[in-house]
Design a protein around this ligand. Structure first.
Ligand code: F6P
Length: 359
């Protein structure tokens, strides 16, 4: 019999996490009569002593949370408990401490809101410690399998589209080629959707190999047809023509993508003589208030996750397919990672509109 559940956000934040949280608390507390404990900073809250967590009550779950980006619980995309980084640089296995944290709180189940990396860790913890886990997919990259959409993706696309809306007038005013670098770790979904929505001339995604001469030819074509500006969207995971990914290393040694836009800009300027400028959209895609679709998906997922726990169905991830919420094995969602299909509808649409992929 379920009495108390935990909920945590893990991995990179995105828009819609607080809306999930609110939905879970409203349904679990008001309709099921359970207690909901919010766990701080992903699994780090369960590792801390005393455990870092708070009871979440429906009256604190105001509609402000629906509109608020980020996660009020905090999150982390460092600190894998199976290889936890210590101050002196070595790593230790602290998984048993996380499992003990779950027991100390007297949890009967835990909802993990995460992407593929987080789910791998949470499943391992669940298997090792016998934890009852339900997953809710969130990732601006939208690369989890078996769900058409994950929380946060739609808002990221919206932000990138709005960036193109703002770049177009200044590009036209100055006769420039504007390059917009968007996020998407190893998947070009944000670039593809925003590029179509925002009227890009070129979209570069890691799934479709390109040649810079082809991109330059497209820019020259546009000029010949009498248009004085162009918009190019490039996904951060696109490699250089030499096949190198462009990354930056941060404090703690973590590398993230970033900088391919500048490479594209320099090469295009050299090949076409066009004046180019680069905008790297970065974390603006993550911190925005959730758009309407993300709020709807987030809340549908939250309610279904509670229903799954009530039904005793664990190791399942809620998913969106064919206009409804269903649930699938977490493992399959991780294994069936979805990148852009070069033969898929959206690539076909873009080509039909004359958008170049540089191939
Ligand atoms: O996976 C989500 C994501 O935003 C990627 O699109 C991006 O490459 C990465 O996280 C950035 O990570 P960080 O938050 O460490 O900068």
């Amino acid at each position: 019999m379920i009495k108390r559940i935990g909920i945590l956000t893990s991995g990179g934040d995105c828009a819609g996490l607080n809306a999930v949280l609110r939905a879970v608390v409203l349904h679990a507390v008001s309709n099921k009569g359970w207690e909901v404990i919010g766990l701080h900073q992903g699994t780090a809250g369960l590792m801390a002593r005393p455990v870092s967590a708070e009871r979440l009550d429906p009256y604190t779950m105001t509609t402000v949370l629906l509109r608020q980006g980020g996660t009020v619980l905090g999150t982390t995309n460092r600190g894998d408990p199976f290889a936890f980084p210590m101050a002196d640089g070595h790593t230790v296995d602290r998984s048993e401490e996380v499992i003990e944290g779950y027991r100390l709180l007297g949890l009967d189940a835990v909802i993990g809101i995460g992407g593929d990396g987080s789910f791998q860790i949470l499943r391992r913890l669940a298997q090792q410690g016998g934890l009852n886990l339900v997953g809710i997919p969130k990732t601006i990259d939208n690369d989890l399998g078996l769900t058409e959409i994950s929380v946060g993706h739609d808002t990221a696309v919206q932000v990138a589209t709005e960036a193109l809306d703002r770049l177009q007038p200044t590009a036209a005013s100055h006769d420039r080629v504007m390059i917009l670098e968007v996020m998407g770790r190893d998947a070009g979904h944000i670039a593809l959707s925003a590029g179509i929505a925002g009227g890009a001339d070129v979209i570069l995604v890691p799934e479709i190999p390109y040649r810079m001469e082809r991109v330059a030819a497209k820019i020259d074509d546009i000029k010949r047809q009498g248009r004085n500006f162009a918009l190019v969207v490039v996904a951060e995971a696109v490699p250089t023509e030499a096949g190198d990914t462009v990354t930056r290393v941060h404090v703690g040694g973590k590398a993230t993508y970033g900088g391919i836009g500048h490479h594209v800009s320099e090469r295009l300027a050299a090949l076409t003589g066009a004046e180019t400028r680069v905008t790297v959209l970065g974390h603006l895609q993550r911190g925005a208030p959730p758009d309407a679709r993300d709020r709807v998906i987030a809340q549908a997922f939250g309610v279904h996750a509670v229903d799954l726990i009530a039904a005793g169905k664990f190791d399942r991830m809620v998913a969106w397919q064919n206009r409804r919420v269903i649930d699938v094995p977490i493992l399959e969602a991780i294994e069936r990672n979805q990148v852009v299909d070069p033969d898929g509808t959206l690539v076909h649409t873009a080509r039909g509109l004359g958008i170049s992929f540089g191939d």
